[in-house]
Ligand binder design. Sequence first.
Ligand code: NAD
Length: 462
Amino acid sequence: MPTAHDLVVIGAGPGGYVAALKAAQLGMNVACVEREPVLGGTCLRVGCIPSKVLLESSEKFAETRSELARHGIKVASVELDLGAMLQRKRTVVTTLTKGIEGLFKKHRVTRYAGQGRLTGPGQLVVEGTDGANELTAKQILIATGSRPAPSKGVELDGDRIGTSTEALSYSEVPGHLVVIGAGYIGLELSSVWRRLGAKVTVLEFLPRILPGLDSELAAEAQKLLAKQGLAFRLGTRVTAARVEGTGCVVEIEGGEPIACDRVLLAVGRVPHTEGLGLDAVGIRLDEKGRIPVDDHFATSVSGVSAIGDVIRGPMLAHKAEEEGIAFAERLATGYGHVDYGVIPAVVYTHPEIASVGRTEDELKERGIEYRKGVFPFLASGRARSLGQTDGRVKVLADAGTDRVLGVHILGPRAGDLIAEAAAAMAFGASSEDLARVCHAHPTLSESLKEAALAVTGQAIHV
Ligand code: NAD
């Protein structure tokens, strides 16, 4: 006799586990199927969290080595203990994954370990190491996420030539690391290994880094990252990469092959839909391998929905979480909504790059009249005291209504500062609204107020 649930979620990443918890909070009998031994998905196991741990640790190492002297602090010698750094990362990840286990218990979400496969409308089987479990559910939610995209000719060996997963655990600092792709993952992990002492070459097919982010800030970020020692080769298409002897060789179109010690492939991610039995229930993927859904995450099959990286939209943990909440709320109350216009994006380089809403490039392309206010961190007292004056805040507002259309920040703690801009935009704020809010002094957040003032040429400190 199959076990019956109101909702079965497949995948315990930020989309799936948040949807499961929310649905349980709202009174449903919920189960979550996960094939990995730990909960949390790519984000917790081999993505957002471990990369942030290493970014933080490597930043401390680089700062101690070369920045502290400016603050009048002399350090006799600084040594890297990579083993301890990687152990700390594992500890943080384990603590957080256990935290989700605790939340599942608290909210009585039943956990099934194994591969979930749809067998018919409202029916699925979980194939685990201890046999198969048959389940029935009024609703099934697919939240199986994504995996690193492969690239033709690049022979991944799971060690020297790998993806972000391997690059979070190199057992030694590579002499020369070649990174394919100057997107989020490429730049964050390049930063980690450069700070720890590797020579890093970033190969990017496009003529710019960070496609999709505001091009003005991306160009400024590129200069700052180059100063930190990242060697960029833009307009460079990688055609092959393979292990040769004790090193690797990367071939590029129209250029000499590059010899290196390790290769990180970071050319995007693809939805994870294999083995789900989608064919069996009649779900067809779109041209990008995603599961097509309507505005409320429903697939073409009644009672089967999907959220997160397996559907359209940016592949971001917080976007998946919002969708998980909206999905569960709609099941319980008939109403659930995600404001896709105000989903922030953050690149955790140093300085950080954060963005919400429309880029200046998009506004130009769409012929939308806008006004622009910019405030450089050079003019911020707090940024000066931190010794981090690179970058700026840019506020873009509608020329007619003054409504804030986009905010882009390159600078210290940009990822935290962007939250205020997102909240303001979610409430439909104008640049004047932002500018009239009292901001504590001296804080980095004053820079957002000043940039908002600059929209109408009224900035005080610049
Ligand atoms: P990405 O799409 O951000 O960047 C991939 C880059 O690789 C692009 O610039 C592309 O032009 C380039 N490229 C593709 N093929 C190439 C080739 N053959 N040679 C040279 N360059 C090539 O992808 P990513 O960095 O792998 O990140 C994947 C996803 O994970 C993204 O959707 C991102 O949103 C998400 N992510 C987010 C964060 C964050 O929020 N901080 C961090 C990591 C990943």
